[in-house]
Design a protein around this ligand. Structure first.
Ligand SMILES: [Zn+2]
Ligand SMILES: [Zn+2]
Length: 288
């Protein structure tokens, strides 16, 4: 059996302090989210589009070499990732399985972006700021809003199905082992769950692009916002509604509003309770 990584006790302070720009009492922008935002934009706009074979080398760096950095930063700046790993172990996952699943999710989700930047956004002109300066208008804004409304609807449908269906609820529990979400939670999904909750909305955006708008510049902006949109929801300092969904495994299936479904159809919570998984106090701070 491979050795287990030791986890810091919950009451021991983490070795590093994450710099955070506070926004009001409950929200903030961390250095990590600022860096990852710029990096994700750079990867899609520049790295994935390098001439071959440098684009493949960049993809390897992006998904394999850089992958441990996200885990390391989470582990050094808070005890939340450790708490999530404790739950994943209780749910029967070994540390090696957790790492392999997270890395394969990273590769698969980023492969979608790689393919879209190379085979959908094929006009090099749309990658310049001057293009957007000349073409950014009300039509583009409306198309982006319509695309995001579609992706949110598809996400909500897939997410509520993962909670309400007895069979699928078992596969959603892996994600809900992250009772204290952090940036790494973006990668903790059963592959079936990720393909429904991320792949489904991404295919919806593709369908809208090819079937209706046929506008590469709009698709590029939409896909970048979409990527970041579903990464920010697990960022504990930003502290959006989805954080509460993880802390309580409640029936809040949408990401950016406080509209809740009927709790009596929520099967995932029962599956978690049967496994003996625990929820933290709502007032837990990320540093503890
Ligand atoms: Zn959920
Ligand atoms: Zn989540």
């Amino acid at each position: 059996m491979p050795p287990r990584v030791s986890i810091r006790p919950h009451d021991e302070p983490p070795p590093w302090r994450m710099p955070v720009l506070k926004i009001g009492q409950h929200h903030g922008i961390s250095l990590q989210i600022a860096f990852e935002t710029l990096y994700i934009i750079f990867a899609h706009v520049y790295g994935f589009r390098l001439p071959a074979p440098y684009n493949y080398l960049f993809f390897f760096f992006h998904t394999v070499i850089k992958f441990p950095e996200v885990i390391y930063v989470d582990a050094m700046t808070s005890n939340w990732f450790g708490r999530n790993v404790e739950n994943l172990r209780k749910a029967g996952f070994s540390d090696l399985q957790i790492l392999l699943i997270m890395n394969s999710n990273c590769i698969n989700s980023q492969l979608l972006g790689f393919l879209m930047m190379n085979y959908v956004c094929t006009d090099p002109e749309i990658f310049s700021l001057s293009y957007f300066y000349a073409h950014f208008n009300a039509t583009m804004i409306l198309r982006i809003l319509a695309s995001l409304a579609l992706s949110e609807t598809l996400f909500c449908a897939a997410h509520s199905l993962m909670h309400k269906n007895e069979f699928l609820a078992k596969y959603h529990v892996m994600h809900h082992c992250c009772v204290c979400p952090t940036w790494t939670t973006n990668l903790v999904f059963h592959p079936l769950d990720l393909s429904m909750e991320f792949g489904g909305p991404a295919l919806g955006l593709l369908g809208l692009h090819f079937g209706v708008f046929q506008d590469q510049a709009t698709f590029l902006l939409t896909y970048l916002i979409f990527q970041l949109w579903y990464a920010y929801d697990h960022e504990p300092y930003l502290n959006l509604y989805h954080i509460q969904h993880h802390q309580q495994c409640d029936s809040l299936y949408v990401i950016y509003t406080n509209f809740r479904g009927d709790p009596k159809h929520n099967r995932s919570r029962g599956v978690m309770q049967d496994m003996g998984l625990q929820w933290p106090s709502l007032h837990s701070k990320k540093s503890t």
